[in-house]
Structures are given as structure tokens and as C-alpha cells.
Design a protein. Structure first.
Length: 253
């Protein structure tokens, strides 16, 4: 087996939600480096990302999308109409709200669950239908979390949504594996992104988190590059319903 060929994404188109910054941006660049053209689904402009992807010799299309309140399914068809096909979906867009469970509002619950879970299902459903209309086969990669496995503190809706992502990944894999569609997830550990700025600014919480990570550092967005390319490639053709932790050893502690 040609190792380079099995990881190549040449001729593929990947739809990546929330790729204007952070983890999504790093994954979009990694997929482009492996040969994929990229369609981004972002609420705001992905400044400079098109230029990064162009340097990889690939194309970038940035579609505006409010996934929590819009019609996610239509975006997959729009991406296919503009690029010719869709082969890979990365469900990365997500938000977090931090508040005591006793004080958690209905709005904070709905906003998080609508984006982190409902939109993931709707985009996945639309992508699977598109894959089938193209003749079958495709890759769906969801972004789970350490809180898909643990309870966390002051993040009730986020924990519920990310636990749901893990379960949904398994459920969809059970149904769609016979169709040649791989549904898997990546569970990032504690990453240095906008979502963790509050934690990193709290000296006590920062030290407690670092003290439990065997790797001894916060993760960086580019730490997800290898995982997303693997799951998007032919190398993962027999991987179904798996959630791959990229966590510096956090769950092993």
C-alpha cells in the first residue's frame, strides 16, 4: 500500500463549519495540505484563510451561515452546486456558555444545543443524502470534547451537547457504515482557543488543568491536523463510530 496515496485527499471537497478561527481553521488548512478543496460555513469572514489554502494549491469558498437558526441542510446543497460535489463534512462550529446550573437560562441552553447538536445532525443528514446522490461513500467528522466523557463544571448545556455528539456519531455510524459513509469524531482536549480564554486567564484553574495533562501543555489547533486528515482519508475506511481523543493524555490520567 502506498502510504502517501492512502492519506491523499486529492480531488475531494471538504465542507468545514466554523473554520474562520481556532480548531476549525487549523483543520481546514490540514485538509487543504492533503489535497482537498475547502468550503467554509462561517458566521463571519475567515480573514486570510483563502490565501493560506491557495498557498496549498487548493480553492476556498467561504459561505455565510447562522447554523443555529438557519437551514443547514440547504448549505450542503449550495456547496455541492458551487463546487461540483461534497466528499467530506467536518462539523466543527460550536459555542460554550459558562454558568452555574442553578442559574442557567433557557436561552443559554437552547443556543448551545441548537448549534452544537441539532445543526450537527442536520448537516450530517444533508451530507449523507448528498453522498448517496453522488453514488455513495463519504466522510463525516464531528468535533466532540473531553466533556463527551466527563461532566465538567458550570457548562451544563455544553456537556449535554457534546455527550450527544458522541452518541450521535455512534448512531449514525451504525446506520450509514453499510452505505460506505464513515462517521467518526475527534475529541479535543484542553486547547488554547477563544473558548478556553477564561480558563487560561484564571491562574488556579490554568495550573490545575496543566497539572493533569501528561503532555504538560495546552493543546494547539494544529495538533488536530493529523487526526482530521486520517479520518477524512482512505486510511480510515474501516473506522466507524469512533471518537478519537486528541488530549495530551488527559483521559488516560
Amino acid at each position: 500500500m502506498d502510504a502517501a496515496a492512502v492519506f491523499s485527499l486529492e480531488g475531494r471537497t471538504a465542507v468545514v463549519s466554523g473554520c474562520n478561527t481556532g480548531l476549525g481553521r487549523a483543520m481546514a488548512v490540514a485538509l487543504a495540505e492533503a489535497g482537498a478543496d475547502i468550503v467554509g460555513l462561517n458566521r463571519s469572514e475567515a480573514a486570510g484563510l483563502g490565501e493560506e489554502i491557495a498557498r496549498c494549491g487548493r480553492s476556498f469558498l467561504d459561505l455565510r451561515a447562522d447554523l443555529a437558526h438557519g437551514a443547514p441542510a440547504e448549505l450542503v446543497e449550495q456547496a455541492a452546486a458551487l463546487t461540483g460535489r461534497v466528499d467530506i463534512l467536518v462539523n466543527n462550529a460550536g459555542i460554550i456558555r459558562r454558568r452555574s446550573a442553578l442559574e442557567f437560562s433557557e436561552t443559554d441552553w437552547d443556543d448551545v444545543v441548537d448549534l452544537n447538536l441539532r445543526a450537527v445532525f442536520q448537516l450530517s443528514q444533508a451530507a449523507a443524502r448528498r453522498f448517496m446522490s453522488q453514488g455513495g461513500g463519504g466522510k463525516i467528522i464531528n468535533v466532540a470534547s473531553m466533556l463527551s466523557f466527563q461532566g465538567g463544571l458550570r457548562v451544563a448545556s455544553y456537556t449535554a451537547s457534546k455527550s450527544g455528539v458522541l452518541g450521535l456519531t455512534r448512531a449514525l455510524a451504525n446506520e450509514w457504515a453499510p452505505l460506505g459513509i464513515n462517521v467518526n469524531a475527534i475529541a479535543p482536549g484542553y486547547m488554547s482557543t477563544n473558548n478556553t480564554a477564561e480558563l487560561r486567564a484564571d491562574a488556579d484553574r490554568n495550573d490545575a488543568i496543566l497539572g493533569r495533562i501528561p503532555a504538560g501543555r495546552w493543546g494547539r489547533p494544529e495538533d488536530l491536523s493529523g487526526a482530521v486528515v486520517f479520518l477524512a482519508s482512505r486510511a480510515a475506511d474501516y473506522v466507524h463510530g469512533h471518537t478519537l481523543a486528541v488530549d495530551g493524555g488527559w483521559l488516560a490520567r
